[in-house]
Design a protein around this ligand. Structure first.
Ligand code: ADP
Length: 483
């Protein structure tokens, strides 16, 4: 079953050529973060606010009562277990709910409360006396739209008069009847069809326009233009709200096209740090020797779990996953490496893959999970769930996991292959994303880099110089070294 939205006829971002670095699909990563998210990300970082309109002074609130919401909405918020507004909500909510309406661009990392904030704005702006769509919310994919709709349904559970409808693949409409629901949440293609092609609702009557996950949106082919086409149909008075987890130039250029005179609220990212991490490197004679190092390390993991990062291309991992994920009662079944090499990869190439490593460890009786980019979201969640519940001690993966997904109990991160860019130089940012996770919860962690030759040694020293943090040599023959 393909999970991609029907109106995103995308080339699969994961289907890189042989040897290409593995790239996670931003929409899927975002969805995984949302589903796996365990509540609000607490941040002590300060907000950066840019106010374009000096006539509407900004203020922030410390309680939901201070927003003077309808009692039924407030009840919905408390029913969700929200006691006080999150950092970004403190400042965003008064602006979102202000009269006259103000435009806003809000940027903060996943899990900081953006969705809850704009859903509250969407619900509170609805005039239930009017039976036509008033709020449009654009999401990059089917799954993300459903997530947002579920939040709206929960928050609005005591407001039975507010009607919501999904505009996503699979939703049928009666083309002879106008749409009467107040809030439409969906993907750009479907909303364009309903609003422009079939004219099932009047774009000019939309009073709130929300563009969610703008960074993911522009990473999805065609969505950028579709959003602009929808935006062009709206009245200039419509409140334009733009949300994104990142704010690089591309996103800001997009924002400028959509939102006039915005209040811009940014919450800086919580920096990952190497402070609590002990970093080591292990010298291995050759690629084969890396496996011995892994075995020694594996033997040392008494508490916690390990993630091993490998280079490999999608095809190899895909092939392997098919052999590997025929699970019995949620456990990986033993498979042998021939599943991969038989499929036409030379042995030397195969040896450097996660697949080879996983197969070897599995055949040696270790319980190992493999996370690959070609798995569906459900399959990935299943792999991560099992790992999080401790069913497997080792997770072998590529870059798919290196951003955004925290696994608390991971104490050891092994770079079976060091992260490099396309030119083969040290990729320090990826290194930080991989390793930084272990320190995030204040717990200490261990990072181990496997080195086979001068080239990988140079990458290691470049990383050391970049972060100005010593990476010490580790002798894996004496387990005492890893403490
Ligand atoms: P974002 O859209 O920035 O990723 P969400 O709005 O999805 O963030 O919020 C992340 C998580 O925190 C969700 O589980 C949500 O239910 C919860 N959450 C949001 N706002 C609050 C709040 N004020 N208090 C407690 N939990 C909250």
């Amino acid at each position: 079953q393909n999970n991609k939205s029907s109106d995103s006829n995308l080339p699969d971002p994961n289907s890189g050529e042989d040897g290409e670095p593995d790239v996670a699909d931003p929409a899927e990563t975002s969805l995984l973060i949302k589903i796996l998210g365990k509540g609000l990300v607490n941040t002590k970082l300060s907000l950066d606010i840019q106010q374009k309109n000096p006539n509407s002074p900004l203020h922030s609130i410390k309680t939901f009562e201070a927003l003077h919401l309808k009692a039924s909405l407030l009840k919905g918020i408390y029913a969700m277990g929200f006691n006080t507004p999150s950092k970004i909500q403190e400042t965003a909510l008064p602006t979102l709910l202000a009269d006259p309406p103000q435009n806003m661009i809000a940027q903060s990392q996943s899990g900081t409360g953006k969705t809850a904030a704009f859903v509250l704005a969407m619900l509170s702006r609805v005039n239930i006396g009017l039976n036509h769509p008033q709020v449009l919310c654009l999401s990059p994919t089917y799954e993300l739209a459903i997530q947002t709709g579920e939040v709206a349904a929960r928050m609005g559970q005591f407001c039975p008069d507010i009607k919501l409808r999904f505009a996503v693949r699979g939703e049928e409409v009666d083309r002879s009847k106008k749409i009467e629901e107040h809030i439409l949440i969906g993907t750009p293609g479907k909303l364009l069809d309903w609003g422009l092609k079939f004219r099932l609702f009047d774009m000019k009557k939309i009073t709130v326009f929300v563009l969610d996950e703008a960074d993911v949106m522009i990473a999805t082919q065609g969505h950028h233009d579709q959003c602009i086409r929808i935006h062009k149909m709206l009245r200039p008075e419509c409140q334009m709200l733009f949300f994104s987890a990142t704010y690089d130039k591309e996103v800001m250029d997009f924002a400028r096209l959509i939102v006039a005179d915005p209040t811009i609220i940014r919450l800086m990212r919580e920096e990952e740090s190497l402070d609590n991490i002990k970093q080591y490197y292990v010298k291995c004679k050759n690629e084969d020797n890396k496996y011995n190092a892994i075995q020694n390390i594996y033997g040392c993991i008494s508490i916690g779990q390990a993630i091993i990062f490998c280079h490999l291309d999608q095809k190899q991992l895909a092939l392997f996953s098919h052999c590997m994920t025929r699970s019995t009662r949620g456990r990986m079944v033993k498979t042998s490496a021939y599943g991969v090499s038989r499929c036409g990869f030379g042995l030397s190439e195969t040896r450097r893959t996660a697949a080879w490593l996983a197969a070897k460890m599995t055949s040696d009786g270790h319980s190992v999970a493999v996370l690959s980019g070609d798995l569906t979201v459900e399959q990935r969640l299943a792999v991560l769930d099992r790992f999080r519940s401790g069913l497997e001690k080792v997770l072998i993966t590529t870059n798919v996991l290196s951003r955004g997904i925290d696994i608390e109990q991971v104490t050891i991160v092994v770079n079976f292959d060091l992260p490099v860019d396309v030119r083969g130089n040290a990729d320090c940012e990826t290194y930080l994303h991989r390793i930084g996770r272990t320190g995030r919860f204040g717990k200490s962690g261990i990072a181990i880099n496997l080195i086979t030759d001068e080239k990988s040694m140079k990458v290691c020293t470049d990383i050391e110089k970049h972060f100005k943090k010593k990476i010490e040599i580790l002798n894996t023959d004496s387990a005492d070294d890893i403490e």
